[in-house]
Design a protein around this ligand. Structure first.
Ligand code: ADP
Ligand code: MG
Length: 469
């Protein structure tokens, strides 16, 4: 990963830098060349005065041909240029370089004569085969004597010679481009290491650890940029993973614990009967105790299966129109024996005979049964249980109240948790601690609310909502 990201970054930057340097260099050299030629032109035009004077002298017959050639050679060397003088018909009559002597007497220009006659300087690039090695830059400057056109001078400078000083400039430009690329690679390397690559490696490392089960590992990146945000999201994801993992461990230990105690007692009693430790006449009693434990196990397993099915969303809810008052009445009847045994006073208070709601009948029966079961289980002997329904807007409120000690703040926090039992000593035989979890899961799936209220002077009330039709 390290190499990939780094080389991509470097390649991108190098390309950007190279392209910008090429563009800059192209502009610079274009500008430089024109500037340079302009300068050259200025210089040659100034110096052309001397040549003009020399030419005039010659044309007036004051100077010998050798002398004029000599003068031209001198000036030509000084300006590092080749000078040819032509008359008003374009015929060469003097040259600065002895190699070009053969040209004397030949007509070298025709076309430009018009321009020159008008006093304009002509500038051109030309390739004179067999005379110059490469292309030359030529200025043709007219010569006037007392206002009369007397021909022209041709000043040739070899282009490669002209470019010589420019070469140095190009070298500097390209050297600095390469230097800039190298420096920026180094800078990019350090920055990308610090800002991107190291943090990503850390996240990767921690992700790997977490996937191997070390869910308590976290990344420590504090930066305020996108990588920092990623690190924080990653950590909060790890938090929830850890919570899930903790939950799972607790669940397994709870289930094992719940199952172990009935199994231990079943094993003990049946073992006792088999080895004859338990006397024959007591066998029936212990078998019925064992039977009770098996029932408890069955209830536990059924509750667990229900809960996991509800939580996994495997129960397809069959929403129908049902009379909640009728469901409550039927549920109360199921508890008749228990109510009588405990000598309870049970009130059922309803606004109307019928109250129609939209819900799943089996699931709602389960909710009502669980809540009434709790009320009866946790109310004292001869206590009061009150079940009521009323309407509030488009909701029906169902409440199950029982008198008895109120539930402590600490218990209120955990009462909906799986396997949570407030009074651990008293309730173990009869309870699994799953009833309220099931109640809440069902109501959550139906999109309804459930809550608990402690009542004055004493008593506990569970309330849940349903949607009215
Ligand atoms: N009506 C109630 N009055 C007092 N405590 C209650 C009542 N209902 C539930 N609780 C407390 O909440 C705990 C969890 O209830 P629940 O999930 O139904 O499990 P279980 O009924 O198997 O104990 C109970 O163990 C009990 O301590
Ligand atoms: Mg219960």
């Amino acid at each position: 990963m390290k190499k990939g990201l780094f080389s991509k970054l470097v390649a991108t930057f190098a390309v950007i830098i190279a392209v910008s340097f090429i563009i800059t260099a192209a502009f610079l050299s274009y500008w430089f060349e024109s500037y340079y030629f302009e300068q050259r032109k200025g210089q040659l035009e100034t110096e052309s005065q001397f040549i003009s004077t020399a030419a005039e002298q010659y044309l007036q017959g004051n100077v010998s041909p050798d002398k004029i050639n000599e003068t031209l050679t001198y000036i030509g060397n000084y300006l590092s240029t080749y000078i040819w003088l032509v008359d008003n018909y374009g015929y060469v009559y003097a040259v600065s370089d002895s190699e070009h002597k053969a040209l004397i007497g030949t007509q070298i220009i025709t076309k430009e004569l018009e321009e020159l006659r008008l006093g304009h300087t002509v500038e051109k690039r030309e390739v004179y085969q067999n005379i110059f090695k490469g292309p030359v830059h030529t200025f043709e400057i007219p010569i006037f004597s007392k206002g009369i056109f007397k021909g022209s001078m041709l000043l040739h400078t070899s282009i490669s010679e002209l470019r010589e000083p420019l070469k140095r400039v190009y070298e500097i430009i390209w050297m600095s481009a390469i230097l800039a690329i190298v420096v920026s690679c180094v800078v990019i390397y350090y920055l990308s290491q610090r800002i991107i690559i190291k943090p990503l490696e850390q996240i990767n490392y921690v992700a790997d650890k977490i996937s191997k089960g070390e869910v308590d590992k976290r990344v420590s990146i504090e930066s305020k940029d996108e990588i920092g945000t990623l690190a924080r999201s990653f950590n909060s994801m790890a938090d929830s993973l850890e919570a899930v993992e903790k939950n799972r461990r607790e669940f397994i230990s709870n289930v094992s614990h719940e199952i172990r105690s009935p199994i231990t007692s079943i094993k003990g009693f049946i073992g006792g009967i088999l080895d004859g430790v338990i006397p024959k006449e007591k066998e029936n009693y212990y078998l019925s105790v064992t039977y009770g434990e098996i029932q408890r196990l069955t209830r536990l397993v059924n509750d667990l299966l229900d809960l996991s099915a509800i939580e996994a969303g495997q129960f397809r809810l069959r929403i129908e129109e049902l009379d909640i008052n009728e469901i409550i009445r039927l549920s109360v009847i199921k508890f008749e024996t228990k109510i009588r045994e405990k000598g309870l006073k049970v009130d059922v208070l309803m606004q109307d005979d019928e109250l129609y709601v939209a819900a799943d009948k089996d699931r709602i029966t389960q909710v009502v049964t669980n809540l009434i079961d709790n009320a009866i289980k946790y109310v004292g002997e001869g206590g009061t249980v009150r079940i009521s329904t009323k309407t509030k807007g488009d909701k029906a409120l169902v409440s199950v109240f029982n008198d008895g000690p109120s539930i402590s703040k600490e218990d209120l926090k955990h009462i909906w948790d799986r396997f949570y039992k407030a009074d651990k000593s008293r309730t173990t035989k009869l309870s699994t601690g799953l009833g309220l979890s099931i109640v809440r899961s069902i109501l959550t799936q139906l999109g309804e609310d459930v809550w608990i209220e402690n009542k004055e002077p004493q008593g506990v009330k569970f309330v849940f909502t349903l949607k009215r039709i």
